[in-house]
Design a protein around this ligand. Structure first.
Ligand code: NG1
Length: 454
């Protein structure tokens, strides 16, 4: 990554006609537990990490947004700022900047749409489940706010901005929740953060002393574009169908209008069901593993076409129907695990946290089907190499695992993972994978502006 002192001269070389730039940065994140739950309003427990997207920026000419990057992943791009900014093809990196600008425009409805020059640099591995994409969205948003003369906390709170950007990122085609934007904007150095949604709220949680949080990259790219985008969206879309069927069941049980806006509502608000009550409700709603589109339609007194239109879109129907029972079970059990993990951290019980992380991986793999053979192998290797907890982190389908490792064992853990996973399983020579494939991560500061002197 371009260092802070190199960033300003690099910006001036790219944009010789621009005024002197400012700098802002946004960290990646690693999620300790609570996977694929945020979009249902069910809590998560991530931490911001000491890997960053860092950008130098200045007002640009007219309404032009000019983007430059210091890596091959960031080819030059340009677009016009305006009311509705047309998206580039799926997977283009400029879409993340467009998402941020469009989201801020929708929030502030400015009279004019200023230009912006941006030079992006960063060391968060791309498509590794460490949220490089949301870090880019947040960093671009901070830059654009400054150009609009809007100040964080004065004109928009961090909390509000996190919500605005969670919605804004849907622009790129993913139907994600609000975990990434929230932890990137609200995380605190030295601690993990339990995040609850609707309304967004955070609780700082200490990390266990004498343990390291280690990320291991499976080296399977999990870019949420193309095929992987559809696989990711299968989670949020099928959860909408689960929600509708559960709502229907409740209406039948209570004989009145019960509204469930998102699955997390079951545990809060008017319903405030206990975990055993939710478990009973889900067993009743999903007595068998699969629900076909026709069955769902008849249950909801709707047509398959209207179910597609409202919730599923073009999601292909698997041969036996949608696996709603197991997906719903993951939501319920993961909720319990996040709460138990927070309690374990507050009580100083790292062994319990590790156990919950292991269980979470099994649930993500078996019930939610977001793992892959490489991630499964990597957690197996990690556990035998000394991790007390190992699980996939982030969207899954590749990317990284998160591991809880007793600090005295970290060095030998890293050696074992290199030998047994990268060497034996992937068949790579040590020089064929980057040293950063295994990284000890510390909980870092949230996103903000940086003075170049730092
Ligand atoms: P990553 O790992 O950054 O792709 C995605 C979603 C999160 C969350 C996790 C799974 C976005 C921006 N991020 O994260 O909201 O659903 O998957 O827990 O869509």
């Amino acid at each position: 990554m371009t260092t802070l002192s190199q960033l300003i001269p690099a910006f001036c070389a790219e944009f010789p006609d621009a005024p002197s730039p400012r700098i802002c940065q946004a960290p990646g994140r690693i999620n300790l537990i609570g996977e694929h739950t945020d979009y249902n309003g069910i809590p998560v427990l991530p931490m911001a990490i000491d890997l960053q997207i860092r950008i130098a920026f200045a007002p640009g000419p007219g309404s032009r947004v000019r983007l430059r990057g210091d890596g091959a992943f960031f080819p030059p791009a340009e677009f016009a700022n305006g009311h509705q900014i047309p998206a580039s093809p799926t997977g283009s990196w400029d879409n993340y900047c467009k998402a941020a600008i469009q989201g801020i425009n929708e929030h502030f409805t400015p009279d004019s749409f200023p230009g912006l020059d941006i030079l992006v640099s960063g060391d968060i591995p791309i498509a590794a489940g460490l949220s490089s994409s949301s870090a880019l969205v947040v960093a671009c948003a901070l830059a654009y706010l400054a150009v609009l003369d809007k100040e964080l906390e004065r004109d928009i709170s961090r909390r509000k901005l996190a919500n605005v950007l969670a919605d804004a990122e849907h622009y790129v085609g993913t139907r994600g929740g609000g975990m990434d934007q929230a932890i990137i904007l609200l995380g605190q150095r030295g601690e993990a953060t339990k995040i609850d949604f609707f309304p967004l709220r955070t609780e700082q949680v200490p990390l266990p002393e004498g343990y390291d949080i280690v990320a291991c990259n499976s080296m399977v790219k999990a870019a949420k574009t193309g095929e992987a985008l559809h696989r990711y969206n299968e989670g949020p879309l099928t959860c909408q169908l689960i929600r509708a069927l559960v709502e229907k069941q409740l209406q039948e049980d209570f004989g009145e209008e019960v509204r469930v806006e998102r699955l997390g509502d079951l545990w809060s608000g008017n319903l405030c069901l206990t975990h055993p009550e939710v478990s009973d409700l889900l067993s009743k709603t999903f007595p068998k593993e699969y629900v076909t589109l026709d069955e769902a339609a008849s249950r909801l007194a709707a047509t398959p076409a209207s179910i597609r239109k409202r919730w599923l879109g073009e999601l292909p129907e698997p041969e036996h129907g949608f696996r709603l029972q197991a997906r719903a079970r993951h939501q319920r059990t993961e909720y319990q695990r996040v709460e138990a993990a927070r309690d374990a951290l507050l009580a100083g019980e790292p062994g319990e946290l590790g156990r919950l992380m292991n269980e979470s991986h099994e649930s993500c793999a078996r019930d939610y089907a977001v793992s892959c053979p490489e991630l499964d192998q990597l957690v197996t290797v990690a556990r035998s190499a000394g991790a007390v907890g190992a699980r996939l982190t982030g969207a899954g389908f590749g990317g990284c695992t998160v591991n809880l490792v007793p600090s005295p064992r970290t060095a030998s853990f890293i050696e074992r993972v290199k030998r047994d996973y990268y060497g034996e399983f992937l068949g790579k020579r040590p020089e064929d994978f980057p040293a950063s494939a295994v990284a000890v991560l510390s909980p870092s500061d949230c996103a903000g502006y940086v003075s170049p002197g730092r």
